[in-house]
Design a protein around this ligand. Structure first.
Ligand code: FAD
Length: 458
């Protein structure tokens, strides 16, 4: 059947849908009368062939022919809720990560080494003073600010976020919570300015999750010196840190005490842990303390036994939840870009329903994680966050991050296992997020106890 517009009603209806501006543009390029005459004389088969050909031409040129939406892992516009200062910090960190870290992340991950020169670059950003004041008190929006910084770092590279979290979270919080006024005055300004780098030594080779009950590293006082014996495993930054916070059990009182150990202290030794498959850019140390002598002046004596350590972990656990957010965000954004670029069967893979389903699932995860962590940070800043809140966020984000990076790896096909496509690094690094700062099981038990009133740890 030839195209026929004799029916006036049908013609009027069609005319309503015509974009007159486009038609005017077209009339400058072709003779419209001639074109209409030609098309209307075509039989149905030729017409179908021609429209099919034109559709294919459009797709080949630019996906489905429409302007592509921007790739953003901030679908619910969290940024619009940030203050001007928070936005400025977000921009600064994003720029730093994209300029200085993205180009070298895979190289150093492969080398199994932390790029020390990044510390000088990071110092110029003055991030930590936006979170802690020089006396150790926190700024009014410290947790939200810390969350934004961590998310932006992990969005490009989780190792960098971990370096920052160990120094600016675990070690700094230890000084704030356990240090005396003199110790804080001496160390906090240097720590805030990254002039000295800290590490945090709690986990031991034989005791991880049960460290609150089974710490084997000991300390005993001999005059003005403390003598430490034991081992600490997995200690991030320990291979190059200027100060390592070591937690040990008092041989006399059984109380947990904190010490600032310097690498030059006699009896202190650190070996780098090799052959990790996650966070390879972070240098984790295996620390051995053999009659390690620490002066009383480096004893962090303003603490209250294990409850101080638990409080430090409660605060920093929230930061690890933000690492999961950033990591999933980065994996999603890489995937959304790849889905537009990669073509199979003559079309971008993003045009396939099953690929879109994966992207939707990933973006749903990212958005749920972001909104949960933002609310958690607000509670942290308001002083209403409890253990179970931080633990729920850690459990939820680590698990959703694992799902998200697995989909990202899958969506990249074979390229998903190549380091140069970045998602392989996110995929591996997530395994560390899943296990540190309390494994998923331990954090689940914390939440389970809050729900039921029953402790199921042992
Ligand atoms: P284990 O405690 O031996 O656990 C093994 C398994 O048993 C886990 O699945 C665990 O969930 C499960 N499990 C244990 N108890 C229970 C229970 N009651 N019920 C159910 N399941 C249970 N530590 C530091 O002190 N400083 C650091 O800087 C540091 N950085 C780290 C960096 C990386 C990359 C990694 C991997 C770890 C780091 N850690 C650090 C240590 C980390 O906190 C521990 O790995 C973690 O607490 C788990 O301890 P574990 O590895 O000994 O596992």
């Amino acid at each position: 059947m030839a195209a026929n517009f004799n029916d006036l009603g049908q013609l009027m209806k069609l005319a309503q849908n015509i974009d007159m501006k486009q038609l005017a543009n077209l009339s400058e390029k072709v003779n419209l009368e001639e074109l209409i005459g030609m098309v209307s004389s075509m039989d149905e088969r030729t017409l179908a062939q021609m429209t099919n050909f034109m559709r294919k031409q459009k797709r080949a040129k630019n996906g489905d022919g429409r302007e592509l939406p921007p790739v953003t892992g901030d679908f619910f516009d969290l940024r619009s809720t940030f203050s001007d200062e928070q936005r400025a910090v977000q921009d600064t960190v994003r720029d730093f990560m994209e300029t200085h870290v993205q180009p070298i992340a895979n190289e150093y991950w492969q080398k199994d080494t932390f790029p020390r020169h990044l510390i000088d670059e990071m110092r110029k950003l003055h991030i930590l003073p936006k979170i802690f004041h020089a006396d150790g008190t926190r700024t009014h929006d410290a947790a939200v600010m810390e969350g934004i910084v961590t998310m932006e770092m992990a969005r490009i590279d989780v190792s960098t976020a971990t370096f920052f979290g160990v120094h600016g979270g675990l070690a700094l919080w230890s000084m704030v919570m356990a240090g005396t006024e003199e110790q804080k005055q001496e160390w906090l300004p240097k720590m805030l300015n990254l002039d000295v780098i800290g590490a945090f030594g709690l986990t031991e080779p034989k005791v991880g999750s049960a460290i609150s009950q089974g710490m084997r590293t000991t300390c005993r006082r001999e005059g003005d010196t403390w003598v430490l014996n034991g081992e600490k495993k997995w200690i991030g930054n320990a291979t190059f840190a200027d100060m390592i916070i070591i937690w040990a059990r008092d041989e006399d009182t059984d109380e947990v005490r904190g010490f600032l150990v310097r690498p030059e202290n006699p009896g202190y030794h650190v070996d780098k842990i090799e052959n990790k498959i996650a966070l390879r850019m972070v240098e984790n140390g295996h620390v051995t303390l053999t009659d390690c002598a620490v002066p009383e002046s480096d004893h962090l004596s303003a603490m209250n036994g294990w409850s101080t350590v638990a409080e430090i972990l409660r605060q920093t656990r929230a930061g690890v939840a933000w690492q999961g957010v950033g990591c999933a965000m980065g994996a999603y954004e890489h995937s959304a870009r790849y889905a537009r670029k990669r073509k199979q069967f003559g079309r971008p893979i993003g045009a396939f329903q099953l690929i879109q389903d994966k992207l939707v699932f990933m973006l749903g995860n990212v958005t749920a994680m972001q909104t949960m962590c933002l609310r958690l940070a607000e509670m942290q800043d308001a002083g209403t966050m409890r253990d179970e809140h931080a633990s729920l966020a850690k459990v939820f984000t680590a698990a959703r991050c694992r799902d998200t990076v697995a989909l990202a790896r899958d969506l990249h096909g074979g390229n998903g296992i190549l380091l140069e496509h970045d998602v392989a690094r996110f995929f591996c690094d997530t395994e560390a997020i899943y296990s540190y700062e309390g494994t998923n099981e331990i954090n689940s038990l914390v939440v389970g106890r809050a729900i039921t009133g029953q402790s199921a740890f042992v």
